[in-house]
Design a protein around this ligand. Structure first.
Ligand code: CA
Length: 253
């Protein structure tokens, strides 16, 4: 029994190497202890010691360095500049679904409930043991892996690399930030994402998105592709998502 548990722990700590954690905590001692404990488990840990620094880190990682977006956020509530509850609210308002583990000295039931109500996934009261913290992190990351791998089929979310499209909500997130698409742009992207790498001619796209009785010409497609590229691509002139297939049309991915 014991050896089975050990095997499982070893496998999980190997998996953990892929995971990046952002630790937002202003107390140096706790921050250092937590960081050491998580690094020993093989996690990549980034830290912020006040609320504003954390928000700046998160926003700039979304804008410029997608590879720095955390898989899990550990969040203290009492922070200078921007408090933990507001950070949590802000992230959820922006559609960010990164799991959040709140760690706080506030232990009353209301604080716990409030933390979960503004979108935190779990709550740990200080002082806590490092074992407990690591176990909670592991559980949250496992849950996230499960939900992201099970959300590909007929559910309402389609994801490809940094783009997620929420069919029923008509929302699109790109590198963690919501972008506004017109109804035609949305339909076009939805069609492309439903058939990755399939090549579509302009006529086929017109028929699928605008309808067979559309009277405009196929330049309309090119214009919409250009607009979509400006909203989706990091470098619209060198697209990575909406690819031109010379002589045929367009494909996605
Ligand atoms: Ca604090």
């Amino acid at each position: 029994m014991l050896s089975l548990e050990n095997t499982q722990a070893t496998t999980e700590s190997k998996l953990a190497q892929k995971n990046r954690i952002l630790l937002i905590e202003d107390e140096d001692l706790i921050r250092d202890m937590v960081m050491v404990a998580l690094e020993e488990e093989g996690y990549e840990v980034h830290t912020a010691n006040n609320g504003r620094a954390a928000v700046n880190m998160l926003q700039s990682s979304k804008l410029t360095k997608a590879q720095l977006i955390p898989d899990l956020i550990i969040l203290d509530l009492m922070l200078p500049e921007i408090n933990g509850l507001d950070i949590c609210r802000l992230l959820r308002y922006q559609g960010d679904i990164t799991p959040i583990l709140v760690i706080s000295a506030k232990s009353s039931e209301t604080d716990r409930v409030l933390g979960l109500e503004v979108g935190a996934d779990d709550y740990l009261t200080k002082p806590f043991s490092m074992r407990e913290l690591v176990a909670r992190c592991r559980a949250l990351l496992r849950r996230q892996r499960y939900s992201s791998s099970s959300s590909s089929s007929p559910t309402a979310v389609q994801s490809y690399r940094d783009i997620s499209l929420f069919t029923q909500e008509c929302r699109v997130m790109v590198r963690g930030i919501e972008v506004n698409l017109s109804p035609k742009e949305f339909r076009l992207l939805e069609l492309f994402m439903s058939y990755p790498r399939r090549v579509w001619s302009r006529e086929q796209l017109i028929e699928q998105v605008w309808g067979a009785d559309f009277l405009g010409d196929t330049k309309t497609v090119d214009v919409h592709i250009r607009w979509l590229r400006e909203k989706l691509e990091e470098e619209p002139s060198q697209p990575e998502y909406l690819i031109t297939v010379r002589g045929f049309g367009y494909r996605f991915g």
